[in-house]
Write a protein that binds this ligand. Structure first.
Ligand code: PMP
Length: 407
């Protein structure tokens, strides 16, 4: 494995050279979306420059090239998450799209009145609202696993919620609001003892850790390309063949069909049954390039580096009087959420922005967990492989300036 060369990595991301308000950009909003390395940008440009064509349906040269590049990308992802079969990798628009697909399709097949679905109090709205609406549609019940004051999933409470009525458990791998890493392996094992399938929202998980879906034995795993250094508009729903085969399609149209007449339509085989219409080919190719790029560095090395940044930032923040860290789970990745005294996070964020530092403020699309802490929101710094310690020092300095201005 190559040594982790932060200078070289930074040079691969052209946006890091730009200025914001006369300062060099410090990008610490990676949990919202990550920046793209040149190889990903090149993959998009190459596709439109040389190979643009619709896929799966053309006999001509360009269509064949584009189709095989698209299917090669599916194989890259299969291998990266160690899915058993390539057709268990469904391309979607992103995590939200993947979870909506599942909520509709799994819901149609398996959820009935009186059934229960379990989520945690840490979920992003994308892994909460689709299940809430499904439960309303099917007269089922949504159960919520509470968290403790450190922002940790309470496993004993989860065990108590499991029953013969539970038909699905849907939990985040890593919380985007607090950075808590959920004990997903234990959760999956416990649910499987009762033959309950588990869906993991991996929007943050795939970015900070190696994911082996067979080792985890999760039934579904969803993630977005854009948080993984790939383009927006592409994501993945991994699902076990057994479920995907039984579930009905989510969207109808071209590609997902086999035979169509005015009376009757039969569906295409997996994965195409779930990929209606022209997909975002360039984004899929960009995702392929992003995964190959990450593999070249090593996700373990990336995680180690981000963890050092997280510890460094947390320690420095804690030394500033009046700082409150929100979410101090023992197992944490990528994110530090905090408040500066009584200063509203939005006010703080606006000032920090003027230093050229991109952080996120607010509820981070996870209102229930913010309500749990009875706060208006947090200031969130989230780290990626290209961030360095100098950038954290700049953030700390900006936080001190905010404090001074309000004193
Ligand atoms: N789940 C989690 C944990 C997330 O962090 C996000 C994005 N912030 C989503 C779901 C939704 O992802 P997307 O907007 O890419 O669909």
């Amino acid at each position: 494995m190559n040594p982790f060369d932060i200078q070289k990595i930074r040079a691969d991301f052209p946006i890091l050279d730009r200025e914001v308000y006369g300062n060099k950009l410090v990008y610490l909003d990676n949990a919202a979306t990550a920046q793209k390395p040149q190889v990903v940008i090149d993959a998009i440009v190459d596709y439109y420059t040389w190979n643009n064509s619709n896929i799966h349906r053309g006999v001509h040269y360009l269509s064949q090239i584009a189709t095989s590049a698209y299917e090669d990308a599916r194989e890259t992802i299969r291998a990266y998450i160690n899915a058993k079969e390539k057709y268990e990798v469904i391309f979607t628009k992103g995590t939200t799209d993947a979870i909506n697909l599942l909520a509709y399709s799994f819901g149609e097949k398996y959820i009935h009145a009186g059934d229960e679905i379990i989520v945690s109090a840490l979920e992003h709205h994308s892994n909460l609202v689709p299940w809430q609406i499904l439960c309303q549609r099917k007269q089922a019940k949504l159960k919520i696993v509470p968290v403790n004051d450190k922002g940790e999933f309470i496993f004993e409470e989860f065990e108590k919620l499991l029953s013969s009525k539970t038909k699905l458990v849907a939990v985040a791998h890593i919380s985007n609001a607090l950075g808590s890493i959920n004990p997903i392996k234990k959760i999956i094992k416990k649910a499987h003892e009762r033959n309950i399938p588990v869906m993991i929202d991996g929007a943050q998980g795939i970015v900070h850790s190696a994911v082996d879906v067979q080792e985890l034995d999760c039934d579904f795993y969803a993630f977005s390309g854009h948080k993984l250094y790939a383009p927006m508009g592409v994501g993945v729903l991994y699902g076990k063949e057994q479920y995907l085969e039984e579930m009905p399609p989510y969207q109808m149209g071209g590609e997902m069909v086999d035979q169509v007449s005015y009376q009757h339509t039969t569906y295409n085989r997996l994965p195409f049954k779930f990929e209606a219409g022209t997909p975002n080919v360039e984004a899929v190719l960009g995702l392929n390039a992003a995964i190959n790029y990450i593999k070249g560095i090593g996700i373990e090395q990336i995680y180690r580096h981000e963890n050092e940044l997280l510890k460094y930032a947390t320690n420095k923040l804690k030394k500033i009087e009046g700082i409150r860290i929100i979410g101090e789970a023992d197992q944490k990745a990528g994110v530090v959420s905090f408040l500066i005294g009584e200063i509203h996070p939005y006010d703080a964020g606006t000032i920090i922005d003027h230093f050229g530092i991109a952080i996120r403020t607010g509820h981070h699309c996870a209102q229930p967990i913010i309500d749990h802490f009875k706060i208006p929101g947090t200031i969130r710094a989230s780290f990626a492989m290209y961030n360095n310690f100098d950038e954290i020092d700049l953030l700390i300095n900006a936080v001190k300036q905010v404090k001074k201005m309000f004193e």
